[in-house]
Design a protein around this ligand. Sequence first.
Ligand SMILES: Nc1ncnc2c1ncn2[C@@H]1O[C@H](COP(=O)(O)OP(=O)(O)OP(=O)(O)O)[C@@H](O)[C@H]1O
Ligand SMILES: [Mg+2]
Length: 229
Amino acid sequence: MNFNLERGTSLGVVGESGCGKSMMALAIMGLLPDNMTASGEVQFGGNLLCLPEKELCQIRGNRISMVFQEPMSTLNPLLPIGFQVAESLRLHKSFSRHQAQQHASKVLDRVGLQSHKYSRSLYPHQLSGGQRQRVVIAIAMACGPELIIADEPTTALDVTIQAQILDLIAELVFEENMSLILITHNLGIVAENTDHMLVMYAGNIVESGPTKNVFEKLVHPYTRGLFSS
Ligand SMILES: Nc1ncnc2c1ncn2[C@@H]1O[C@H](COP(=O)(O)OP(=O)(O)OP(=O)(O)O)[C@@H](O)[C@H]1O
Ligand SMILES: [Mg+2]
């Protein structure tokens, strides 16, 4: 696979189930399962694939964040959400407890959880799926990363909530001039939310380019199949 992502732009990644979208994301983050290795280069300043684990840890969550499909896989069910956002800031930014709490409140406000008076002290199970995903986005954004990788961030949500969460991600990406890799099965989501797109098939890119062009051309028969299904 070979692709570039410029600062401030968004890339949609589509392809059938099992074609390797999530593995690609995990490879970028250095989080592949033990029985898999990535070869080649992931240039992000330097080549991420060559970095020792310790340096990768400083990039993960700090300069590159991920949002997964299921918020409960990211959140700790036993800790209040405000604490979890603050914890990420303490870990990555070495904020004091007080600084981290203050900043966490701001970030929770920004992702739309301000209407909950005591939102900081709520536990994940007290929130709806959409609200939980907002907390995950708050954690992902808290440290001001340069790149967000969102792997099916809205697949587990109701359609109406999906649009709100995608709008939130798009707003934040725009405001902070971040880059976004948005992995999804949903071509409509790619059309509305990304500048460029890749179509993957069996671990390879079979189509890529500005989203508009890919939608117009549909060169590869596989892409045509995806679009007609
Ligand atoms: N580049 C690759 N080389 C070898 N095996 C791969 C590669 N990409 C994916 N696989 C295999 O395919 C499996 C499914 O890949 P992955 O989870 O990335 O699919 P996906 O596109 O995210 O699917 P879904 O849409 O269902 O989430 C992996 O567990 C892995 O075993
Ligand atoms: Mg996947």
